[in-house]
Design a protein around this ligand. Sequence first.
Ligand code: PLP
Length: 352
Amino acid sequence: WNMTAAAPENILLPPDRPVIKARLSSNENPFGPSEKARKALMEAIGDSYMYPRESMQHFKSLIAKEEGVSEEHILLGAGSSELLMAAALNYSLKAPGSSILSADPSYMSLIRAATQYGSGWEKVPLTKDYAHDLDAMEKQVTDKTSLVYICNPNNPTGTIVSAAKLASFCEVVSKKKPVFMDEAYIDYIPDSRKNSMINAVKKGQNVIVARTFSKVHGFAGLRIGYVIALPETVTELRKYYTGGMNIAATSVNAAIASYQDTEYMAYAIKKNAESKAFLYKTLKDAGYEYVPSYANFVLFPIQIDGKRFTEEMSKRGVSIRNWAFDNKQWCRVSMGTMEQMQMFAQAFKEIA
Ligand code: PLP
């Protein structure tokens, strides 16, 4: 492999923007799309005068075959955000006065959208290990709940819940209310297939699984994701998104290539693990704790004000994100290339 890392300074930004050399704030794959995906992307340019109906169909059939579901179980999106938004709209408008139930903190895109459409938000604190508290969540499902949202691995904590526990949660709760499983980072879990709740959908449970190409596949800027759910749920969600005409032909073609490029996925996962091991050591050596992560980012408590920490890192060309919960200030750092992790470590040493 001789992958060139993405170069944030090449992006056409206004000239007065501070130069961020280590972009460790959005949980992207710093190596970008695989060589095969890049080739497919280039090849699709010439055919881009056509709507990508056939290639979208082909992509769907590949997913259906790989996951053992029918094509009616699949909805493709321009990133998974579009599909999270469709679910937010569907479940808030369907039951006015209802609430989305989720862990706190978790990924907020679906919840934020739902609350903008009048939905309430029932939040359940994480366990002391910063994982989903499934027992507490199950108890909190009421008639007023419209949808249960679970992010596994969770963003921003990187924690997971056991596959067996999650499977029984889905089995029980989905009889009462739909369960939305955001599996954006599932590829980073060693046994992702066993951990995926696509298994619950296949058993006919009312579970909606969202996947994205923005992480392991390095497609955040190309915008591809999909949902696997019961066909009747897919029909409902379809009403709320621009389906059929939403994804660029170039992106679909590249996604078809990347989906089958298991070698590249293994490479990206390995590089992620190396960067994570380096970060763990950096933090440990500096006397810092961290939340062990199953994803491509790590959350750790910081001892100075989060906003100041973020600004100081940014001045040194490193972007990260800060959180405040559990009476602590936190930094979430995404895994970059080893060079970027070293930049992080250097800046961190100067500030922390
Ligand atoms: N879900 C989770 C948990 C995320 O962290 C993100 C992005 O960071 C998304 C969904 C949305 O990603 P995309 O729209 O690129 O698929």
